[in-house]
Design a protein around this ligand. Structure first.
Ligand SMILES: Cc1cc2nc3c(=O)[nH]c(=O)nc-3n(C[C@H](O)[C@H](O)[C@H](O)COP(=O)(O)O)c2cc1C
Length: 177
């Protein structure tokens, strides 16, 4: 992705969503234009959408746009962060029952570079369904930043500590290719 590129940021319902402005600031520093898309859970529990809209200069999308409003440009790259257990499993299974999942399915089919930064504890990450979902997404060409040297699932009930080392910069670097 070149400077002045378009980054689309998909935000799911987990703790790092509260700090997504950190990734947006890094992206702006790198000259990127950022468009946010959020799940219902992210909006309900974690996000201040007004301040994100001010920061990015664009609406936070949660559903399809109304006719007559400006479409989101085709992104040069996509980051899904934080990516939840729920969204990763549904996406890998081909479920598209919300706007985020539908968009991700389409973007994957279009061959857009997609980087996923999960935020899951070890209990969730050890579920066979999750292990298989990560594998399936990787097979499909999605870059999932999970595991040694990337981002390790944290022990149960230590999410607040894990938040401090959530590697926003690594996600951005991977999206740049
Ligand atoms: C306070 C709070 C913290 C949560 N933390 C996580 C988390 O760290 N990882 C995760 O996968 N889900 C977490 N969840 C659960 C998800 O929000 C839930 O599974 C939701 O259905 C996810 O929807 P989404 O994938 O559409 O964003 C949390 C929920 C709440 C309310």
């Amino acid at each position: 992705m070149t400077d002045r590129g378009v980054l689309q940021l998909f935000i799911c319902g987990a703790g790092p969503a509260k700090r997504v402005h950190e990734l947006i600031a890094l992206s702006h520093d790198g000259g990127l234009d950022v468009y946010c898309v959020a799940t219902e859970s992210a909006v309900e529990h974690f996000l201040d959408t007004d301040s994100l809209e001010q920061l990015t200069g664009h609406p936070v999308r949660t559903t399809y746009r109304r006719s007559g409003t400006t479409p989101t440009p085709q992104p040069d790259a996509v980051i899904v962060a934080p990516a939840t257990y729920n969204t990763i499993n549904k996406w890998a299974a081909g479920i598209a029952d919300n706007y985020v999942l539908t968009q991700l399915a389409e973007l994957m089919g279009l061959g857009v570079r997609i980087v996923v930064l999960p935020f899951v504890n070890q209990a969730l990450a050890s579920n066979l369904s999750f292990v298989r979902s990560v594998e399936a997404l990787r097979e499909a060409g999605v870059r999932v930043l999970l595991g040694p040297g990337e981002f390790e699932p944290h022990p149960h009930r230590t999410g607040d500590i894990a938040l401090e080392r959530y590697p926003w910069a690594l996600a951005l670097k991977s999206a740049r290719g």
